[in-house]
Design a protein around this ligand. Structure first.
Ligand code: FAD
Length: 545
């Protein structure tokens, strides 16, 4: 099974190569922002290296609500520019990677004492549709109470007055990030995970490289680059401190969590955008075997590397769900998984967490370090374009071509459009009758056309198909997607940690064995990695007070 050579099996050679290369551009941070910048730069012919201290998407970019959206609620804050830009980017993302950015109808119930009245909601969503250039067939529609209940019978009848259905898109944030990194790699960029930037190399007072720790062996690695961009998300200010350039605006981190319950516990048909009755709005999103709900928005000052969902966070979401949906009240112990992430927002005096702007901000230091923070997953392409425009403006010796990402197929074997994707799913179903509908949906929406290669590989192994599928996915993720630790696979390459936790706990030993067969850790490392992988699972399944 071949895609691109992008793995940690050749790590010593990779480290050797990057240490002996002079890059034009070094990007710190392999979240959606850094990945988007790497792709834009590589496509413009800039010699680029992307460095990530943990795994690609291990920061906020695997912890979002997983919507490609303009952010209806930002209209209330009059962030028209942001809503327009991200609203329009939704269709671009859908076209550029259809198997990962799906059209999703969003149901907004109008309820007694809710945030939106019928008229304000209707006007707001009309503005939203206009700003985002939504085609007329997808524009919002108003429904009366009975019609909305037919769409979503579980809504609280006593509170419900009417409702609106409007268009959004949903994604898998971590997979989108990985696909961007792979695309950047395909276009000539280098990208390494588990390499942490600890310091900068200076020449005449200007940043001209980075000093890193290789987390696979603890060794120091130095890499030279003419321009360094920090896209370190919540860690942007830490690097500005190291660079002694943190002045003026700074980051304000806010935590957002999601809870996951079996779909049978909250069996909604549609994605619902509903009131938490504290002025905030939450999303409840059905996805295969589960439904997830979020998110909170609270100021965060704790350890950025261990952000978890607390009992209070979970109770906040459960209280809101149990008011809005007429289901057997969902209990705390019915939560099967959670995730918690940090929004890297720009601090504004006197504003609460929810009121802070979601706009991105660029800082350029006297030492020529460029940092970018804030923004949305949805806006990654435009953020990348602005950064590379700036990089070119400041570095006239770099290739001066214009941005090429607007009509770019992110996947190496892309679908031409959404109908081809749907047809592909149907073909997989008839080709592999032994697989369940869920498996087909999961494989196609996770791996696109490569699902077929992975299933073929699994079948050729001739054992238990469920286990062979996991083995084939692991092989693909190690050989083509730079997985290094089991967590990379079960969290960010497959999403099983959040969307199919049972498959993970059931096959935990098999997953460890598969990784061991590639990386051949010694006994000490193997037991450490096994323990650490177990802890990751506990972190999302066992909520502490
Ligand atoms: P990150 O993803 O955090 O990436 C930064 C990376 O830098 C990390 O991987 C980190 O490990 C690495 N790094 C840090 N320091 C170093 C170093 N010294 N050396 C090397 N690497 C380093 N947006 C949407 O559009 N739609 C949504 O539905 C949505 N929902 C959200 C819900 C929540 C709860 C949150 C918190 C955010 C949501 N967002 C959403 C916003 C979106 O997720 C973020 O804007 C985006 O993921 C930020 O990406 P990033 O790459 O800037 O940061």
């Amino acid at each position: 099974m071949k895609d691109i050579t992008f793995n940690n099996l050749d790590r010593p050679e990779n480290i050797d190569r990057i240490s002996n290369t002079l890059y034009e551009l070094i990007i710190i941070g392999g979240g959606i922002t850094g990945a988007g910048i790497a792709l834009d730069a590589a496509l413009r012919g800039i010699k680029t290296l992307l460095i990530e201290k943990k795994d690609f998407a291990a920061g906020t970019s695997s912890k979002s609500t997983k919507l490609i959206h303009g952010g209806l609620r930002y209209l209330k804050q009059l962030e028209l520019g942001l809503v327009k830009e991200t609203g329009q980017e939704r269709a671009v993302a859908h076209q550029n990677i259809p198997h990962l950015v799906h059209p999703e109808k969003m149901l907004l119930p109008i309820v007694k004492e809710g945030t939106f009245g019928k008229i304000t909601a209707s006007i707001a969503i009309s503005v939203y549709d206009i700003l985002a250039n939504v085609p007329s067939e997808d524009k919002k529609k108003l429904y009366n109470k009975e019609e909305i209940l037919r769409e979503e019978p579980l809504l609280n009848r006593k509170k419900l007055k009417s409702g609106i259905i409007y268009s959004e898109y949903r994604t898998d944030d971590a997979r989108l990030t990985i696909e961007l990194v792979k695309a950047a790699r395909r276009e000539g960029a280098e990208a390494l995970n588990y390499l942490q930037v600890d310091d900068f190399i200076y020449k005449n007072g200007k940043v001209r490289g980075v000093v890193c720790t290789d987390h696979t062996n603890g060794k120091t690695v130095e890499v030279k680059g003419q321009q360094v961009v920090s896209a370190a998300g919540p860690w942007v200010d830490d690097l500005r401190v190291i660079n002694k350039s943190k002045q003026g605006k700074s980051l304000q981190l806010t935590k957002g969590i999601h809870i996951v319950v079996p779909h049978s516990v909250l069996p909604i048909n549609s994605s619902v955008y509903f009131d938490a009755f504290d002025g905030r709005m939450l999303f409840a999103i059905p996805r295969g075997k589960i439904t997830y709900v979020g998110t909170s928005d609270t100021v965060y000052t704790g350890d950025k590397d261990t952000v978890v969902c607390s009992r209070a966070d979970a109770d906040y979401i459960l209280d809101a769900v149990n008011v809005m949906f007429e289901v057997e009240p969902i209990q705390f112990d019915q939560i099967i998984s959670t995730w918690a992430g940090l929004r890297p927002l720009i601090h504004e005096d006197g504003k609460s967490a929810s009121e802070l702007s979601r706009k991105d901000e660029i800082f350029v230091s006297d030492t020529e370090l460029i940092s970018i923070a804030g923004g949305k997953l949805t806006g990654f392409r435009k953020m990348a374009m602005r950064i590379i425009d700036l990089v070119q403006e400041r570095n006239k010796s770099f290739a001066q071509t214009s941005c090429k990402t607007e009509e770019y197929d992110i996947h190496s074997d892309s679908f031409v459009d959404y109908s081809e994707f749907k047809q592909f799913k149907a073909t997989l179903k008839s080709k592999y009758a032994a697989l369940s509908d869920y498996d087909i949906w999961y494989m196609a929406t996770t791996f696109g056309k490569h699902a077929d290669l992975i299933i073929q590989d699994a079948k050729s192994r001739g054992g238990n198909l469920e286990e062979d599928l996991i083995k084939a996915e692991i092989q693909y993720s190690i050989e083509n997607e730079s997985s290094y630790l089991p967590d990379d696979y079960f969290n960010r390459r497959s999403g099983r940690l959040y969307f199919d936790i049972h498959s993970l706990t059931k096959h935990f030993d098999l997953i460890i064995e598969e990784f061991q067969s590639y990386f051949k850790w010694d006994d000490k490392n193997l037991s450490q990695i096994t323990e650490q992988s177990r802890r990751y699972i506990e972190e999302v399944t066992q909520i502490k007070s």
